[in-house]
Structures are given as structure tokens and as C-alpha cells.
Ligand binder design. Structure first.
Ligand SMILES: [Zn+2]
Length: 124
């Protein structure tokens, strides 16, 4: 049975707060992934490089190793499934210049950032 977060835990984990990136303060609001992987007893902050310092909070199996080179089951082996769950929940990040839809009016309104997913540059 997968561990379910309480309302208070969800509120705490998604609370807006300041984080630093390259010396600059950024207000971030973490995005909680609703799909739970395995027993859900390990919480992971997943930061796509393109969205730093924003991050997703993912509940994964307590046996999953975060060290990519550990023996046994590794978090990184499940990364594609996690990306799929994020994209299903939040959609994809759209960059006005790189991924404009065909009906873009040129105003930049097509832009959609975090929590839409952009994982092309990897994650930490
Ligand atoms: Zn556009």
C-alpha cells in the first residue's frame, strides 16, 4: 500500500519559498507529482536543469537508490516514467522561440514555463 501524504504534508511540501541560484534569490513553488511510485515512502526533489531552481516533489519507493551507480534499483532507471507522469499532470513547457505552436500569434503568449515539463537538458 503506497504511502499517501496528508493535506498538511502536501501544503508544507508545496509552500512558496526562496531559493538561490547563482547568487540570485528566486521565489519557487514546488510542484507535487500526484502519481506515487512503489511504496511512496521516499520523497525526492527533482530539478530539471531548464527550470532551476524550481523543482518537483515525487514520492518514490523507499528502496530506490539516488546514487546512479549504486547496485540495486536506482531512481534514474525510473526517470522516464516519472517524466511521463509529470507531463501528464502538468503538460509540457513551451518556449516561445523553440517550441511555438503553429497558431502562435507572435506575442509570446504561447510561453508556458514550470510546472510544464522541460527535461531536454536533464535533471538533478
Ligand atoms: Zn510562440
Amino acid at each position: 500500500m503506497a504511502r499517501r501524504l496528508t493535506k498538511a504534508e502536501r501544503e508544507f511540501l508545496t509552500k512558496a519559498h526562496y531559493r538561490r541560484l547563482w547568487g540570485q534569490k528566486h521565489l519557487v513553488r514546488p510542484a507535487l507529482v500526484t502519481e506515487v511510485f512503489g511504496d511512496g515512502k521516499k520523497l525526492v526533489c527533482l530539478t530539471p536543469t531548464a527550470h532551476r531552481p524550481n523543482y518537483y516533489v515525487v514520492q518514490v519507493d523507499s528502496s530506490w537508490e539516488l546514487d546512479n551507480f549504486a547496485s540495486g534499483e536506482n531512481f534514474c532507471d525510473h526517470l522516464d516514467d516519472i517524466y511521463d507522469a509529470i507531463e501528464e499532470q502538468f503538460g509540457r513547457s513551451i518556449d516561445h522561440f523553440d517550441d511555438c505552436p503553429e497558431d502562435c500569434d507572435g506575442s509570446g503568449k504561447c510561453y508556458q514555463g514550470f510546472p510544464g515539463l522541460s527535461a531536454d537538458d536533464g535533471s538533478s
